[in-house]
Design a protein around this ligand. Structure first.
Ligand code: SAM
Ligand code: SF4
Length: 341
């Protein structure tokens, strides 16, 4: 007998198109707000206010929403994030559930790498396709200064474990912070390149829970390019094949390097992303002031259509741009670790 269970129409019945005509095909799902580091640009040093455990969506709940969004709304990429997603117990079970969704083309995860040594093989076997690993420095002292914890060697071991587990297109992401990143750029690029990985630098955004971000702390894409030119000589821009990708890639000497200018050159016009927080809210932008919670509906027996209405309501409220450079800009109430980066 023919198996129809995996045959799903590729034409979504409920495409997620906002009022500016942007189609949303990429979903970030945060699975926890907890973390084993305390990066200064993200978390407070002491007593972060974590969600009570029973407020976190269960794997069943996440799978239900993800399936709906893939099958009915045309989501094609899912990235798992947090907090630190690998601190969520048995995460590989969620990966296995998500990787079985028909028509999902890309399943990836962002991690600080600390727990990858233990989990890389399980995650890969469960169907995780790609990894982004955060690595801001190759110096233990600087690592401690940024993360308020030890752990550089664990991260490096985690990267090695991921390569051994067969992850092939690993991206390494460093936050670009004035006074820290300038001296790391060359070593990070050579490290990434030496391991067949792409190094990317991301401009620091006002999403830290200490609210101490200042525009002058952002090491801008232009400044990074100048450093690259000074240190490597030649820089060639690489033409984008996917316009919704925020990274501008360059060939720097023989290395491929990405720059994400979220602050100095926002890419809101091409945005195709939405986010689900660990406690079950849809956010249409990292910087959105509003969000639509659907956890109570999910737990109160809502129909699929009612859940989708919550998602559509959030999409319809999406602003044209995050307005980070407007004088009236206010950072969102939730810091990065509670949104899901
Ligand atoms: N814990 C994981 C990690 O660090 O990779 C995943 C969650 S973390 C919030 C996701 C990404 O957001 C990391 O690459 C981190 O560097 C980035 N991030 C955190 N705070 C940020 C900020 N204020 N501005 C820009 N990116 C930030
Ligand atoms: Fe944790 Fe990632 Fe935030 Fe650092 S950036 S504190 S690793 S969630």
């Amino acid at each position: 007998m023919e198996d129809h269970s995996k045959q799903v129409s590729t034409e979504p019945s409920n495409p997620l198109v906002d009022s500016f005509g942007r189609l949303h095909t990429s979903l970030r799902i945060s699975v926890t707000d907890r973390c084993n580091l305390r990066c200064t640009y993200c978390m407070p040093e002491h007593s972060p206010a974590f969600f009570p455990k029973d407020e976190l969506l269960t794997f069943e709940e996440i799978e239900r929403v993800a399936r709906l969004l893939v099958q009915r709304c045309g989501i094609r990429e899912i990235r798992i994030t947090g907090g630190e997603p690998l601190v969520r117990r048995d995460l590989h079970n969620l990966i296995a559930r998500l990787s079985s969704i028909p028509n999902l083309q890309d399943l990836s995860l962002t991690t600080n790498g600390i727990l990858l040594t233990e989990q890389a093989v399980q995650l890969r076997s469960a169907g995780l396709q790609r990894l982004n690993i955060s690595l801001d420095t190759l110096s233990e002292d600087t690592f401690k200064r940024i993360t308020r914890r030890s752990g550089l060697q664990q991260t490096l071991d985690g990267i090695e474990a991921a390569i051994r587990a067969g992850f092939s297109s690993i991206k390494l992401n460093a936050l670009a912070i004035r006074g820290i990143t300038e001296n790391e750029i060359r070593r990070l690029i050579e490290f990434a390149s030496g391991n067949q990985m792409v190094m990317r630098f991301i401009e620091y955004m006002p999403l830290d829970s200490d609210r101490s971000w200042h525009r002058n702390d952002v090491l801008s894409g232009d400044e990074i390019l100048q450093i690259l030119e000074d240190q490597f000589g030649s820089i060639q821009p690489i033409t984008k094949t996917d316009l919704s990708q925020p990274s501008e890639d360059f060939l720097v000497g023989k290395h491929r390097v990405g720059i994400i200018r979220s602050v100095t050159q926002p890419f809101c016009g091409q945005c195709n992303r939405l986010r689900i927080t660990a406690d079950g809210a849809v956010r249409n932008c990292l910087f959105a002031q509003d969000e639509v919670s659907f956890k109570d509906q999910l737990r109160g027996g809502a129909s699929d259509t009612e859940i989708l209405n919550c998602v559509q309501a959030s999409i319809q409220k999406k602003a044209r741009a995050h307005g980070i450079n407007d004088t009236s800009f206010e950072p969102p109430e939730r810091p990065m670790y509670a949104i899901g980066g």
